[in-house]
Design a protein around this ligand. Sequence first.
Ligand SMILES: [Zn+2]
Length: 476
Amino acid sequence: MEKAYDEAEIIQRKAKILAADERPGSHDYEQANKSVDKENELVYEDQKTVIDAGRQEREDAEKIEAIRAKLASNEIKSELPKKLYRAFTINPSKLSVEKLKETLIPLNANGSDPTKISDGNELGVYMSTNEQMVEKAYASGCGTNIAIKCPKFHDGYTLVDHIKLPSCGIILEIDTKNLDIRKPEITPYLQGIYNNGFQGDEWIADAIPANHYKVKKFILSRFANDSERFETEVADNNIEEAMDLIKTEFQKRKEAALKYKEFLESIPEQARINGYGLKRKWQKYLEEERSEAADYVKKNLESFENVEIKKLSALPYWNKISKFLSDKGISDGEVVIIDDEKSWESVYGSNDSKSSHKPKAIILKKEIFNQENISEENISWLIHEIGHIEFYKNLGDNLDEYMDEYHKKREYAASEMEKAAFSTQFEYLKSVGKTKTECLGFVEKYLNKSFGKDQKEARRKELEQIESYITSVFKY
Ligand SMILES: [Zn+2]
């Protein structure tokens, strides 16, 4: 006789139930354990005799027949719930209004039987009368696995090689008016965990058009009972507002994770693996980084007036660059902003932005870089400087040596450092829709400003070099 279930699936189911609410004594906990016990019984029975299994099948058939008969009667029709709930998780960076206006269709179609979903239950879009159940079982960090890869470290419990990011749970409220819904046929061995062992009933529909559901709530969490869980209710069906909140929060989490990854990369493997004092080292790392821009100001800008240190994320156009940066694995940092035109000219010359490698700092001219209506071209120069800082960071202890060589060689654009900075810059410009020709135009403008009329040959050489970077960025 064919085995009606496989063990791995049952274990998976159990894990799901236990994750729902792990507090002993709670109602959910009791329910969940009852279900697990029942499953154990079933496992045992199935192994016992074929006759028992046959009887079970007959009983199941009777139950299903009874449900059918009930469904056919008007009595149960009048009991149709007005509202049902359903939840799922997605990667927060893939959230979009369009995604939440799609018709819902059954997922996990069963490969061997198209009338069933993967766990053997009847095919359909599943809903429940119990909102708490769908939230706990389907919207709390399960389903999607989003993490940032990093060097192996001790997270306080165990060794891991990634930093987990939250996924986004979405809870839908379904209006059943004029929607064709029915009770699903549940595979006998799963009846013990019907509705995930919670109070309430499960219903299904073949499909749910968008006008029958609305988003009730978004939840960011990494796992069940996440202490850093973040949620927002959708008020007045204003999905966009709630979605923006979730996206901003997710971005923050991602940036924090990237920063932590940078920190892990900056310390020796032994310190990461034994985990001792990791927290203290992390605090120190943050403090030192915070002080680098301040250090630069103290060493170089004593005579300047109106100098300000700002976080990148505090710039008025941060929303335009944050996604690009985090996609590239770059976290928030600080910039020095100078509002002293005269002194600027005397120290930094014709460029409006600059980067320093020791201490590491980005220095920006205020009138260009501290305003909302900044051009993409100007933003791209900030990205260029960020590219420099990333290059310095990646060199680690070899930075001084590299910079000595760089100054000796005097190869400017042909250096690995400028290659990294210009490539990041053009990738940004490409990402905001600028063409290859426009990028070339920006570079020519910049070179004309930097080189005198008598430096034609040097100017031509640099242009050629930078053009090759543009070409390779636009190749794909
Ligand atoms: Zn540069």
